[in-house]
Design a protein around this ligand. Sequence first.
Ligand code: 5RP
Length: 288
Amino acid sequence: MGRRTLLKGTNPSAFDKIYIALKEAIEMDWGMENRLSRLIQPDGRCFFLPVDHGYFLGPTRQLEKPEETIKPLLPYADGLFVTRGVLRSCVDPQEDTPIILRVSGGTSIIGGDLAHEAITTSIDEIIRLNVAAVGVSVFIGSEYEHETIMNLANLVNACEPYGIPVMAVNAVGKEMEKRDARYLSLCARICAEMGAKVVKTYWCKDFEKVTGGCPVPVVIAGGPKVNSEKEVFEFVHDGIQRGAIGLNLGRNVWQHPHPVAMMKSLHAIIHANADVEEAVDIFKSSVD
Ligand code: 5RP
């Protein structure tokens, strides 16, 4: 109780009751803490597997049948990022991996503007699906900056009373060249200010500027497939060294010819502090 301690066995005064209620409201609620601790492991790190791409890309290569893609990878994932449609149709309800539900959308890769998203999933649905967290994209600097920041803020308003954490996804649509430390640190900070409990953002050079200016944990996003597994290990390792708590990587895992080996190697970087060379060795020994 800090500076104002209640004596055991005494009836709390009206002042004490208000004090206790306020203190409980300020501290993290049990449900919120429980959900976050399912996603973020005791070592303070996390490795999320995103398979939400179909919500704007359709049947993405290697994700045509999500259940087949997901199954061998789940043992290495601390969370699965997925829409309600794929969750209901392709994920066994007895599966123990915590779910991060993608709840923004309303655009497609062939439509006008990827940034023009809205919230797609009601709070009733979010609760019914018993998810560990929800994820929403925010397109800062785009024509829909205001709408997508408000999507995040309104989602936090809807989820906080139920102890459901919100992960903000810094999205750039097709404008991949935007990804530098100046822009990404601005985005990450704004998402944290709006109440996101975790911010997912692209890796960039000088990544400590992004993590250092963001008061909530930062998770590294993937982006389009890069040329070699070593390149993936390098940016992930660098991002972790510069303050990220984990990873949310999709295409560079499941579009790789050896997705399980990728998961094992990345898992070692995140949870066993493996360096790039060690990750390459794990990769090689996993495909032999
Ligand atoms: C798609 C997402 C994905 O979760 C994110 O892009 C990570 O996947 P990838 O590593 O394939 O980029 O938010 O909207």
